[in-house]
Write a new protein. Structure first.
Ligand SMILES: Nc1ncnc2c1ncn2[C@@H]1O[C@H](COP(=O)(O)OP(=O)(O)O)[C@@H](O)[C@H]1O
Ligand SMILES: [Mg+2]
Length: 281
């Protein structure tokens, strides 16, 4: 029986591979590896996004079929022979039987999230997924880190108890305006506290998930006068954004991390929802 299982899994992987003829050997290896973490390193234009798209197609069509030793419950010698001799030009019926024999736990489009860094890359990803797999691509979360976080927050940010789900997003110009206003009201010299610089200090603090109180405590410890003023600006900036039910670009990531950390319900929802997480750097 061990021998039968091995032959069946090998035949299945070989038949599935025939759907991905355009891939070179390392690309094919990545496309057919569906389980566990996988890291792909290759230069620009070498075919990484192509792998991601084909991998999604494989997950939707065959689930973990190419990467599993599990057999269909009632697999027979005849099924194995069929796969080992699967024709180059199958009839629709043969094709359907093959897919039936090869698929194990097909992924649903909404169980897949594919994330990139830029809007341009996200749009390219959406277009290419659509071309590869058709309209069901619309149910895949193909987006940037920021837009994935916005979606998560639009659904549940009220659970943090501070914002409502119709929150506003401040762009850099909005944020600069708020900083300008705060420096003025604190009677600080704008030249000593340029908005861009202040924002970048705040942004770095947020990147470290450092709240205004903790930043202020750190500034107090160092005794640095400028840092202490920036701590004041940060605290006031934070207060004003909350009051306006507004998030800046950093908050979008920061609050999503906070929400997933704080709410077990939200965390488990996404852990269950996303069976496959793919990132295109
Ligand atoms: N195995 C392949 N055979 C032929 N063309 C390929 C192959 N893999 C990728 N390409 C093409 O090469 C170009 C760059 O691929 P892409 O996946 O966008 O690269 P990357 O994401 O690594 O920058 C695309 O036009 C793609 O269609
Ligand atoms: Mg790419």
């Amino acid at each position: 029986m061990g021998h039968f299982e091995e032959r069946f899994a090998a035949a299945r992987r070989a038949v599935i591979a025939r759907d991905f003829k355009r891939m070179n050997p390392p690309q094919l290896e990545a496309v057919l590896t569906t389980e566990g973490p996988l890291l792909l390193l290759a230069g620009a234009g070498s075919g990484k996004t192509t792998v991601l798209i084909n991998r999604v197609a494989n997950l939707l069509r065959y689930g973990r079929g190419s990467d599993s030793q599990e057999l269909p419950m009632d697999a027979t010698e005849e099924d194995l022979a069929f796969l080992e001799r699967y024709p180059a030009d199958p009839t629709a019926e043969e094709r359907a039987r093959m897919e039936e024999l090869c698929a194990i736990g097909r992924a649903m489009p909404w169980e897949i999230i594919a994330i990139t860094f830029t809007n341009k890359a996200a749009n390219e990803l959406k277009d290419r997924l659509q071309r590869m797999i058709g309209e069901s691509a619309a149910d895949i979360w193909a987006c940037t880190f920021h837009s994935a976080c916005v979606r998560i927050l639009r659904r549940d940010i009220d659970k943090l108890g501070v914002y409502t789900r119709d929150f506003t997003i401040y762009d850099t110009d909005d944020s600069k305006r708020v900083i300008k206003d705060i420096t003025k009201s604190l009677e600080l010299d704008e030249k000593a506290f340029p908005q861009r610089e202040v924002l970048s200090v705040i942004s770095n603090a947020k990147g470290r998930i450092q709240l205004p109180e903790s930043y202020a405590a750190q500034a107090a410890k160092t005794g640095d006068w400028k840092q202490q003023r920036i701590a004041k600006i940060y605290a006031e900036y934070d207060r004003r954004l909350r009051e306006a039910n507004a998030l800046d670009f950093d908050d979008i990531l920061f609050k999503a991390v906070e929400l997933l950390g704080q709410s077990q319900e939200v965390r488990e929802y996404y852990q269950r929802k996303f069976r496959y997480v793919l990132i295109d750097e």
